[in-house]
Design a protein around this ligand. Structure first.
Ligand code: PEP
Ligand code: MN
Length: 263
């Protein structure tokens, strides 16, 4: 179902007047994690002012250490919904556990499956029955084939609203957090009709690399970009080193506008 043989024309996912996979490039931006109302609304206003239409923010966080901040959970979802109310931005947030699908689907416009859960087939099967778009991140060590098969799980169960997200893979290189596989974009665009976006924040782990990799992703044909933005990256509870300040985000958006069909 995810393949071009099944469907030749590009899939366009429509949420209100926002189109993902259509003629426009969509920017998903916001903090790694929802930390507080002040932090979230400041991020949301910056994202909106710079021209993005979709706010990201984790409420349930998949952290490497059990002692690290795990997210505000339902309180975080409520804050995201409140930020949508105030700004008109769409929201996307991660779902890690079948038990929280219902509450997340209640609040969020798009449900995100993180890299660590890309092959959680039970979660994918449950999400295949949800009537909301799913943003499916590529697994840390997944091949393109495995990634598309994970999309197939969602589609086989009836959910055809799948957005793929390249977010870097594990290689021997440790200078960057992951190795952003930009060649995956034209490959997946050729193999599949689904929209493909790129997350250069997790893909590199370094905010200085977000700008060049965002430009490269668009040049390679990505349908959108997901970027971490935090009002004060040095104080972030999660992923500060890869987060852009509102000022840097605005400058990036300005630059991306000059090279695309965006907005
Ligand atoms: C995220 O986007 O918040 C995230 C945890 O990313 P990934 O699943 O790609 O590591
Ligand atoms: Mn993050």
């Amino acid at each position: 179902l995810a393949g071009r043989d099944f469907r030749q024309e590009d899939t366009v996912i429509r949420i209100g007047d926002v189109e993902i996979g259509g003629d426009q490039v969509q920017i998903f931006a916001g903090p790694c994690a929802v930390e507080s109302w002040e932090q979230l609304i400041e991020s949301a206003r910056a994202v909106k002012a710079a021209g993005a239409k979709i706010l990201r923010g984790g409420a349930f966080k998949p952290r490497t250490s059990p002692y690290a901040f795990q997210g505000l959970e339902e309180k975080g979802l409520q804050l995201l919904a409140q930020a949508r109310e105030e700004t008109g931005l769409l929201i996307t947030t991660e779902v890690m556990d079948p038990r929280s699908i219902e509450v997340i689907a209640h609040y969020s416009d798009i449900l995100q499956v993180g890299a660590r859960n890309m092959q959680n087939f039970f979660l994918l099967k449950e999400l295949s029955r949800v009537n909301k778009p799913i943003l499916l991140k590529r697994g840390l060590s997944s091949t393109i084939e495995e990634w598309l098969m994970a999309a197939e799980y969602l589609m086989a169960g009836g959910n055809h609203q799948v957005i793929l997200c390249e977010r870097g893979i594990r290689t021997f290189e440790t200078y960057t957090r992951n190795t952003l596989d930009l060649s995956a974009i034209p490959i997946v665009k050729q193999m599949s009709h689904l929209p493909v976006i790129v997350d250069p924040s997790h893909g590199t782990g370094k905010w200085q690399l977000v700008r060049p990799m965002s430009k490269a992703a668009l040049a390679a044909g990505a349908d959108g970009i997901m970027i971490e933005v935090h009002p004060n990256p040095s104080e972030a509870l999660c992923d500060g080193p890869q987060s852009l300040t509102p000022t840097n985000f605005e400058a990036l958006m300005e630059e991306l506008r000059t090279m695309t069909r965006m907005m």
